[in-house]
Design a protein around this ligand. Structure first.
Ligand code: GRF
Length: 200
């Protein structure tokens, strides 16, 4: 069974959506470990409640290289095949990326390459887009940048606020992340330049 390492910093709703899909038998994977750089992350508490291996690995006071070495070591120790970033608020070092080639995924709440970085939903709302969305992508050394696995569009209504739009986006994120992972785990695929190409 494919072993997932979930890395998060906050509430962990995307992690929980993936855990639900696994539990319901819709995703051929298991969660080997959930790691947070923030010991007080709600996602970590939720992982413990579900009886998953949950690890706090505080990043305070460590530089990126040093921290990432520890993170890689913890993931390897739990024999993780795929690293699933789920609201992880740090950029990964080159060394981290090299430790899991083509096996690190992230979800971002915009239609990349529009609105990378923090508060993407608010950025899109303030910009006045009529179609917002979310993106599941491979992670490379640049922020919110790697090859795209799946995207979903979410219409913006005139009556929306940044909050209502974020809530609609989040529901779509929860669906999309598992869907992207399911594709990658069950179908042949390859990356051609920046394009993720699925086979039969
Ligand atoms: C989500 O909006 C995700 O797209 C972004 O960070 C947020 C994490 O939310 N990368 P949660 O912790 O999964 O609830």
């Amino acid at each position: 069974m494919t072993r997932l390492g979930i890395v998060l910093s906050g509430r962990g709703s995307n992690f929980l959506a993936i855990a639900d899909q696994i539990q319901q038998g819709n995703l051929p994977a298991e969660i080997a470990v959930v790691i947070s750089n923030r010991p007080d992350a709600a996602g970590l508490a939720a992982a413990r409640e579900r009886g998953l291996v949950a690890l706090a690995l505080p990043s305070k006071g460590l530089d990126r290289e040093e921290y990432d070495q520890r993170l890689v070591a913890a993931l390897k120790e739990h024999q993780v095949d795929w690293v699933i970033l789920a609201g992880y608020l740090r950029i990964l070092s080159a060394e981290f990326i090299r430790a899991f080639p083509q096996r690190i995924l992230n979800i971002h709440p915009s239609l990349l390459p529009a609105f990378p970085g923090l508060d993407a939903q608010e950025q899109a709302f303030t910009y006045g887009v009529k179609i917002a969305g979310c993106t599941v992508h491979f992670v490379d050394e640049q922020l919110d940048h790697g090859p795209i696995v799946l995207q979903a569009a979410v219409p913006v209504a005139d009556s929306d606020t940044a909050q209502t739009l974020s809530a609609r986006l989040l529901r779509e994120e929860h669906r999309l992340y598992s869907e992207a992972l399911r594709l990658l785990l069950t179908r042949p695929w390859r990356i051609v330049d920046r394009r993720v190409v699925l086979g039969e």
